[in-house]
Design a protein around this ligand. Structure first.
Ligand SMILES: [Zn+2]
Length: 371
C-alpha cells in the first residue's frame, strides 16, 4: 500500500461518522504524515532502515507540516521579513513572536508548526536563500590559511591552540537544586494523574531552557571561530566520548546527567561547525581517532606515555617543554589538520575548491576521487 491508497483511505475516513474530526484539519497537513509513512516503509523494504515506529502525541515533538497551498503569507512592508501567516482552515493569522526575520522578499515554500515537550509552540519556515561565503582569511603577510586546533574536553568545553579556554555552560549547577526537587515531586505524584503531568511539564520547561541557553552560547562560539579562521581542526567525536565514560564513576546519576549535557554540547558544537564551514567557505578537518593528540609533545613530536584523565599539565621528557594538557592537544590537532589539508589541496586540480569537510577516516576516497 502506497501514498495514493492511503490518501484515498483518508478521504473515506474524513467522511465517515466516527472519524469526521479529521475534517477539522487541512488535508495537506494530514497528507504529509502519509508521505512520511510511505518513505519510512520504502526504507524498510529496501533494507536501509528499521521497521517504522509509532509516534505518540505529547511524547516527542508534535508537528504539523503545511505545504505551499496550506498557508498564506503576507510580508509586512514596515518590518520586512516578518508578516502575517495564516494556516488553512484558520480565520485569524498566527500571533508570532519572531526570533529573527526571514530573508526579505522570499516566499516560504513550507511551514512547520511544532510543539515541544515543554508545551511551547514554534513555527519554522523553509526558505531558499543564497548565502555568500566569507572572504578567505590568511595569516598576515602570507598565503597560508589561518587555522585553529580545537580540543573538546571535560575540564573545558573547548581549548584552542593558543591556550584560550571556553568553559562548559554551568547550567546544571545553577538549576540542579530545582531540578532535584521537581524530580522528587514527580515521583510522589500518581502515575497518569493531571498533577504529575504538570510537574513533568515544569521539568521539560527547565530542560528546554537549559537547551536554549546552551545552543545560544555555542552559536556565538562557533560563529566567532568560523569568522576568524579558514581551517578548523577537531578530533573525531567518538574518542572524546570515550574519555567521558572513564570519568563517569562514583555518583552515577549526577555523572550521567552531566555526561548527557556535555555530550549534547559536543554534538551540537560539531553540527554547527559543519554547516557554518559549508555556508561560509571554510574547511573543517576531522582528525582520526587514532591520532595521539594528547600524548604527543607539540614541540618535538615525541610520543609520551599515556596520561591519566586527572593530569592537567606535563613536562616532555625529551625536550623539557611544559605543556597544558588540552592546549598541547589543540596544537597537535592544528598541525595534523594542516598536514591533511595540504594533502587534499595538492591532490585537487587548481580550479577545484577545497571541500568544506575533510575527514581523516575517509581521506583516501577524497584523494583518489580528486586524482
Ligand atoms: Zn618535547
Amino acid at each position: 500500500m502506497g501514498f495514493a491508497e492511503t490518501c484515498r483511505a483518508l478521504t473515506g475516513w474524513r467522511r465517515a461518522e466516527g472519524t469526521s474530526w479529521l475534517m477539522e484539519v487541512s488535508s495537506t497537513v494530514l497528507q504529509q504524515p502519509l508521505r512520511h509513512l510511505q518513505a519510512a516503509f520504502q526504507g524498510f523494504f529496501r533494507g536501509t532502515s528499521k521497521y517504522p515506529r509509532r509516534k505518540k502525541k505529547g511524547r516527542a515533538r508534535d508537528s504539523a507540516m503545511y505545504a505551499r497551498t496550506g498557508f498564506s503569507w503576507r510580508e509586512d512592508a514596515e518590518q520586512p521579513g516578518t508578516g502575517a501567516v495564516k494556516l488553512a482552515l484558520q480565520s485569524e493569522p498566527l500571533d508570532v513572536r519572531w526570533s529573527r526575520p526571514l530573508p526579505s522578499g522570499v516566499l516560504p515554500t513550507r511551514l512547520t508548526v511544532e510543539r515541544d515537550r515543554a508545551g511551547r509552540f514554534f513555527v519554522a519556515f523553509l526558505v531558499e536563500e543564497v548565502i555568500e561565503p566569507l572572504p578567505a582569511v590568511f595569516l598576515t603577510g602570507s598565503r597560508e590559511p589561518r587555522a585553529v586546533g580545537i580540543d573538546l574536553g571535560l575540564a573545558s568545553l573547548v581549548t584552542l591552540d593558543d591556550g584560550t579556554k571556553t568553559d562548559h555552560p554551568r547550567l546544571l549547577r545553577r538549576y540542579a537544586a530545582r531540578l532535584k526537587s521537581l524530580q522528587r515531586e514527580l515521583h510522589r505524584k500518581e502515575r497518569g494523574s493531571r498533577n504529575r503531568e504538570k510537574v513533568r511539564q515544569k521539568i521539560a520547561r527547565l530542560y528546554a531552557l537549559i537547551g536554549d541557553v546552551r545552543r545560544d552560547m555555542l552559536d556565538q562560539l562557533t560563529t566567532r571561530l568560523v569568522r576568524e579562521n579558514q581551517v578548523l581542526v577537531v578530533e573525531d567525536l567518538s574518542i572524546v566520548t570515550l574519555t567521558a565514560a572513564a570519568k563517569g564513576k562514583g555518583r552515577r546519576r549526577k555523572a550521567r546527567l552531566n555526561e548527557s549535557i556535555t555530550d549534547a554540547s559536543w554534538g551540537e558544537l560539531l553540527r554547527q561547525l559543519r554547516y557554518k564551514c559549508e555556508w561560509y567557505g571554510r574547511t573543517l578537518v576531522v582528525v582520526d581517532r587514532f591520532f595521539p593528540s594528547t600524548r604527543r609533545c607539540s614541540d618535538c613530536h615525541t610520543k609520551g606515555p599515556k596520561l591519566d584523565v586527572a593530569v592537567r599539565a606535563w613536562v616532555c621528557t625529551e625536550c623539557g617543554a611544559v605543556h597544558d594538557r588540552d592546549a598541547n592537544a589543540a596544537v597537535n590537532l592544528r598541525d595534523e589538520g594542516m598536514r591533511l589539508y595540504w594533502l587534499v589541496a595538492s591532490a585537487l586540480p587548481p580550479e577545484r575548491a577545497i571541500p568544506s569537510v575533510i575527514k581523516a577516516s575517509e581521506l583516501s576516497d577524497v584523494v583518489v576521487a580528486a586524482a
